[in-house]
Design a protein. Structure first.
Length: 396
């Protein structure tokens, strides 16, 4: 059944959450950005194309229909980030000769017109897995990252210059899998947040300096025992608090592909999880994917797609508890930094606090030095997904 009113929540960061709100659009990879006037810019994928739709404050469209952005019919995944100048960077993938062999970059203007496009790799060899590729577009870091399992590289980072030319590729030591992770420029560092390959249960968040040397790693169990988390495709800094949206599956049930339930968690400066919340309660096999985040002041919007239907949850934040100072960033420039995430919610019943037993099972944290993960685990994940193919091409 549907929850008919906002549900109070104990906090300390997430004070209350709405029922799931069906956005007035159809498609996957929903990404929301504030229009600065109470409404929303929505990006979403349909039939190999990425599209734009303006929505009002209730996530409904007016008389204006949606419009295609790229003119493509082959695009699959999207990692969209907002840039300091109000433009947007979209890392879009395709499979031209085999799965996940192509990566394009698009720049959209503030009114969502293409201002630049380039090809990073097209028909690449199978060593590069361009699936669920995250992007970042900040003052100090602008780039994308991808997964290279056959070379035992969880995250290969490519810096992107202002003119859309490329820097040198850098393997981010100790990073979680770039596939389904998020990138965030965070207080002058590059933060990579995600899960390790082959079913890693811990959320891993690592910061890197300007030379892309690892600084600090934090690990947290973010779901109860008996759940499997994945796709931490959206992360956001609010004051002293890092907020991450991700998906998880209840292992008791058989889910369709990568479908599951939407979760959100908050972490302090020391990397400790201080709040977490399961937002959807879907009935397997039907579930959602492609989690995203957007914020305006104390309103946090967590989005995802249930099958091909985009949904949003409105959460109220305790900004004081989050360490946000009055007069600081309103959040209107905040957007999803991963894939991106990322559910009709017919089985949705409530947004309540986890039981004490569940909280005890998913609240541990460790801050450590950086380490790597084994090649066997990387290969196991790709073998399970059947992504391996013969080498096809080279970078263009």
């Amino acid at each position: 059944m549907w929850l008919l009113a906002a549900v109070a929540y104990a906090g300390p960061i997430f004070l209350e959450a709405s029922e799931p709100i069906r956005m007035d659009a159809d498609g996957n990879w929903p990404r929301l950005f504030s229009d600065g006037a109470g409404g929303w810019h929505l990006l979403f994928a349909t039939q190999g194309e990425y599209n734009y739709q303006h929505l009002d404050g209730s996530f409904q469209r007016g008389n204006e229909g949606y419009r295609p952005l790229t003119g493509s019919t082959v695009l699959r995944d999207h990692g969209v980030s907002v840039c300091p100048d109000g433009t947007y960077l979209d890392a879009a993938t395709a499979g031209l000769e085999h799965d996940n062999d192509t990566l394009y970059l698009y720049r959209y203007s503030a009114d969502f017109q293409i201002i630049d496009r380039t090809t990073v790799y097209e028909r690449s060899n199978a060593a590069r897995v361009f699936a669920d590729v995250p992007s970042v577009c900040g003052n100090s870091f602008r780039g994308v990252a991808w997964f290279m399992p056959w070379d035992s590289v969880n995250a290969m980072y490519l810096p992107i210059n202002a003119d859309m030319s490329f820097g040198e590729e850098v393997a981010l030591r100790g990073a979680p899998s770039a596939m389904g992770s998020s990138l965030l420029e965070d207080d002058g560092t590059l933060r990579v947040t995600g899960f390790e390959p082959a079913g890693g249960k811990e959320l891993v968040s690592i910061t890197y300096d300007m030379e892309l040397s690892g600084l600090r790693e934090h690990r947290n169990e973010v779901v109860p025992v008996g759940w499997s988390p994945y796709w931490a495709q959206a992360s956001m800094r609010v004051g002293d608090t890092l907020i991450v949206a991700y998906m998880a599956q209840d292992d008791r049930y058989d889910w369709a592909a990568q479908a599951g339930d939407l979760w959100v968690a908050a972490f302090d400066r020391e990397g400790n999880m201080v709040d977490h919340l399961q937002l959807s309660q879907n009935t397997a096999p039907k579930g959602g994917m492609h989690p995203g985040l957007a914020r305006v002041d104390d309103l946090l919007v967590v989005s995802y797609a249930l099958e091909v239907e985009p949904f949003a949850f409105e959460l109220r934040l305790d900004l004081e508890a989050a360490g946000w100072e009055a007069g600081g960033d309103s959040g209107e420039a905040d957007g999803d930094t991963g894939e991106a995430g990322d559910d009709t919610g017919e089985a949705y019943t409530s947004v309540g606090q986890a039981s004490e037993d569940d909280q005890a099972s998913c609240g541990c944290n460790s801050g450590t030095g950086l380490g790597g993960s084994g090649a066997a685990a990387l290969l196991a994940l790709l073998a399970a997904r059947g992504r391996r193919a013969e080498p096809r091409g080279t970078r263009t």
